[in-house]
Ligand binder design. Structure first.
Ligand code: ADP
Ligand code: MG
Length: 480
């Protein structure tokens, strides 16, 4: 700080802490419950010149307070310290894991660590501290997975809008909300965003967020230890909003499915919202009982598709800004072109590049990124292969490659397979025996009839045509 920085008139620790206390109280009046919850993790360290030093228990608390309360708090504090004539305050944050453990709303009796005069310990209200259970819950949520950090584009706008609406409270309009989409496309992000939003707006809401795997494990443990009453209380009576991630994990787990079915009904009957994510549409979920599948489809099914190039570029830019990585537009486009099908991979590539650039002290320029990308991503083959088409079809129908090539005769899998054979035949002009080999050693007559069937269907069934067009679009964007 330079010597000519304007200073507050006589901002002693005593005055600063009193101003902080008053400012905190006036800010608190606007949203007492939420304020108390979040301010439990904040402490005033001191004030020097016009820089206010605050400590936060963790980044999550810091970001929350920054986003939700800080402007009001700073305005109020400035008013207490001398009104409009006083310069704007700046804030320096510090993370301090040793801020008080959640206990009660009693005020701190010990001075903050950086203070040397215990007698002047501030009487700032130590807002009520989150309960251990709540703290543990918050730990599960990624603080960066908020609505404002989610980039919306044509591939995910329905899921985004539905998630946002479902965080709004009141009687759920669609129940359940079922978010379907391939891996790494933002399902978990949206779910966390719902939880963050609900807890910010209505902190008393009892939100339960679990992966289907955690639900299964908790269920098994409750059974083993005769704690089913507790288990049911947690997921039914004591739950206002249930968020279940990756429901496809319940495939084939009949007892857990049964329990989940009753959980679902209890919440649904009580008008409590249930949000489920899955890597497949309800009808494509395998080894899932029909009654669950039909319930999953009974609210709103919102899907997330692979984002188009523009959205991917916007995602790269957003992530770079969030991580404080400087990136030119050309580099953002190059990255987004290089990694098309999975946002998680795109994000991973960006972080790796930034780390390597910083270690080797190089700028993240086009040359560097081109060289790095050549190392990690396979070159686009000049000619499209059967595998490329199979992958595009799998991603469209949310199947794994092995499912596509398996002997599975399930209607949806068989249809996807026929479509893939058809597209290969159309695009690559492969012979039928060649295609038979490429599709798990099937007979060439099987391929022939598949191709014929899809050819017929595409002229009479608009849905089939829509599938084919979407796949063509996918293939075209991977050729970019
Ligand atoms: P999924 O649960 O669908 O497998 P995630 O929600 O874990 O995917 O997303 C993977 C990563 O990609 C996360 O870091 C997430 O923040 C990011 N991501 C995905 N979609 C978007 C988006 N539209 N905007 C910003 N980040 C996104
Ligand atoms: Mg996920």
């Amino acid at each position: 700080m330079t010597t000519d920085t304007p200073k507050f008139p006589a901002a002693s620790w005593q005055q600063a802490s009193e101003a902080f206390r008053l400012a905190a109280e006036s800010t608190r009046l606007r949203s007492p419950a939420s304020f108390d919850q979040w301010f439990s993790g904040i402490q005033l360290d001191g004030i020097e010149g016009r820089t206010l030093s605050l400590a936060a228990r963790d980044e999550f608390v810091r970001d929350w307070v920054k986003d939700h309360f800080l402007p009001d708090l700073l305005d109020a504090m400035r008013a207490h310290l001398g009104g409009d004539a006083t310069p704007a305050l700046e804030v320096r944050w510090r993370i301090s894991g040793d801020l008080p453990a959640p206990v009660s709303d009693q005020r701190r009796s010990t001075p903050p660590p950086s203070r040397t005069r215990p007698s002047e310990a501030p009487s700032v209200p130590r807002p009520r501290i989150v309960s251990p259970a709540r703290a543990q819950f918050l730990e599960q949520l990624n603080p960066k997975h908020t609505f404002s950090n989610f980039v919306v584009g044509p591939s995910n706008e329905l899921a985004y809008a539905a998630a946002l609406a479902s965080a709004g409270g009141g009687r759920p309009r669609y129940n359940p909300l079922f978010i379907a989409g391939g891996t790494g496309l933002g399902k978990t992000h949206l779910m966390h965003a719902i939880a963050h939003q609900v807890l910010a707006d209505r902190p008393d809401t009892r939100v339960v967020y679990v992966s289907a795997e955690q639900f299964t494990n908790a269920f098994i443990e409750a059974l083993q230890h005769h704690k089913m009453d507790e288990f049911r209380a947690r997921y039914r009576a004591q739950c206002d909003l249930l968020l279940v991630d990756d429901i496809q994990f319940l495939a084939g787990r009949e007892q857990t499915q049964e329990e989940f079915f009753h959980t679902f009904n209890a919440l649904h009957d009580a008008d409590r919202l249930i949000v489920v994510t899955s890597d497949k549409y309800p009808q494509q979920l395998q080894r899932m009982p029909e009654r669950l599948v039909s319930r999953f489809g009974s609210g709103l099914v919102a899907d997330i598709q692979v984002p188009q190039l523009e959205t991917r570029v916007a995602i790269v830019r957003k992530k770079a800004a969030l991580e404080g990585i400087g990136l030119s537009d050309e580099v953002a486009v190059l990255l987004a072109q290089g990694i098309a099908s999975n946002v998680r991979e795109l994000e991973g590539a960006l972080i790796r590049l930034a780390a390597k650039a910083s270690l080797t002290q190089r700028p993240i320029d086009l040359e560097f990124v081109r060289a790095e990308m050549a190392l990690v991503t396979p070159r686009h083959p000049d000619v499209m292969s059967v595998q490329d088409i199979q992958s595009a079809v799998c991603s469209h129908f949310r199947l794994s490659n092995s499912e596509l090539l398996s002997k599975d005769r399930h209607k949806s899998v068989a249809f996807a397979r026929q479509v893939a054979m058809y597209v290969c035949r159309q695009r690559l002009k492969c012979s039928f025996p060649e295609l038979g080999r490429a599709f798990g050693n099937r007979d060439h007559t099987t391929v022939m009839s598949a191709v014929r069937r899809v050819e017929t269907l595409r002229h009479i069934d608009p849905q089939v045509n829509a599938h084919l067009e979407a796949i063509e679009q996918k293939l075209a964007s991977s050729e970019e």
